[in-house]
Write a protein that binds this ligand. Structure first.
Ligand code: SF4
Length: 362
């Protein structure tokens, strides 16, 4: 932990004072215990001003319009553009982090875009986006900012999406997800050993969030597991993960197995072979999961959505490009009438695979 105190000081919620005078942050299960002036492990929350403060409120590492399939979300407004942004820092320490320049940012010049909530919502509307994503780094650590942006989005008829590892304590979780319409939650592996030694977290806390989302909210969520060769890609682990999902979350929660590339502190592993992703998909489908996708690879078969009723291709995809679309305007299979789980508009969007960096102006 560090004493450096830069950035804004927005009053943080979810903390309490300990008997020894320190402040405990209650946003995530890490429960950082801090003396005045110290930052938590996430770097962006700090003990100051008699409580906890968020130092990144209103500041971003940049804005981009992405295809929503890139989050990844395959059953939430397919084909539409989503205004995406993040801040800095993270509450996990994944050695394989694929966004480490942002999540590990300690330099405030990374946060070179400032934007108040309404500026973001207004820009999203002007850019033709249907939703706004809190992504690139985990939004639970900038909860107060994310919630205010989400309120501004809802006031303008936009939906909100969190891309998160789900590592958040119950009270903070209740507030955070009350303002989200969609989420993609990373389930990074299915052993406590992996979470402990590779991510510095706890699997049970993430499972708890997934069960909460399924049974106590209306948030549409999908789950992503990045398969890392030799770390979390065994048939046994994929079997256990998908079996648990089918039982605890039900068969309609989409599950994405995505390909790893060497990054951050894990450069000694190879890229995930496409065959590993296909095997994982087969295992999860055999365990009853209806919508299992391969990601970060060229695989139209593993990227498309099929009708659980009759097997027809409902949404064809290659990377982020949609092809076939055989859903009715109500979101049912045009062939057999099966209602596809998810949130759909009468027609697909036509944003395509583009990414467009944007600068916001007040
Ligand atoms: S949100 Fe940050 S400061 Fe709070 S407990 Fe988690 S890592 Fe620590």
């Amino acid at each position: 932990m560090t004493n450096a105190m830069e950035g804004s000081r927005f009053p943080g919620r979810y903390w309490h004072r300990l008997d020894d005078g320190r402040v405990q942050c209650d946003v995530c299960p890490r429960e950082c215990k801090l003396h005045d002036g110290q930052r938590g492990l996430c770097f962006v929350r700090a003990a100051a001003d008699g409580g906890m403060v968020l130092t990144t409120y209103g500041r971003s590492s940049g804005f981009c319009v992405d295809p929503i399939e890139k989050k990844p979300l395959n059953h939430f407004l397919p084909g539409t553009p989503i205004l995406s942004f993040g801040t800095a820092g993270c509450n996990l320490t994944c050695k394989f982090c694929q966004n480490w320049d942002i999540s590990k940012a300690r330099e405030w010049d990374k946060l070179n875009d400032s934007a108040d909530p309404d500026t973001i919502a207004r820009a999203a509307v002007q850019l033709g986006c249907r939703s706004v994503a809190f992504t690139y780094n985990d939004p639970v650590i900038f909860l107060e900012y994310a919630v205010d942006v989400a309120k501004a989005c809802h006031a303008r008829g936009l939906r909100t999406v969190a891309v998160t590892a789900g590592y958040i304590k119950p009270e903070a979780r209740r507030e955070f997800f009350a303002h989200m319409d969609g989420a993609n939650v990373d389930l990074k592996a299915f052993t406590e050993e992996f979470y402990h030694s590779v991510c510095g977290g706890q699997l049970e806390a993430v499972k708890d969030t997934l069960v909460y989302l399924k049974h106590e909210t209306k948030v549409w969520f999908e789950v992503t597991t990045l398969l890392i060769p030799g770390e979390n890609d065994s048939a046994e682990e994929v079997d256990a993960l998908s079996r648990w999902m089918a039982e605890a979350l039900g068969p309609d929660v989409p599950l994405h197995f995505s390909a790893f590339h060497p990054d951050w502190k894990m450069r000694d592993k190879d890229n995930t072979p496409p065959a590993t992703l296909t095997r994982a998909r087969d295992i999860a489908r055999a365990n009853g999961m209806r919508h299992v996708y391969t990601g970060n690879v060229h695989d139209p078969k593993g990227g498309s959505t099929y009708c659980p009723g009759c097997g027809a291709v409902l949404i064809g995809r290659d990377w982020y490009q949609l092809s076939t679309w055989t859903l009715t305007p109500e979101g049912d299979c045009a062939a057999c009438g099966h209602k596809l789980a998810g949130i759909f508009e009468p027609r697909p969007g036509n944003w395509g695979p583009r990414r467009q960096a944007v600068r916001l102006h007040r």
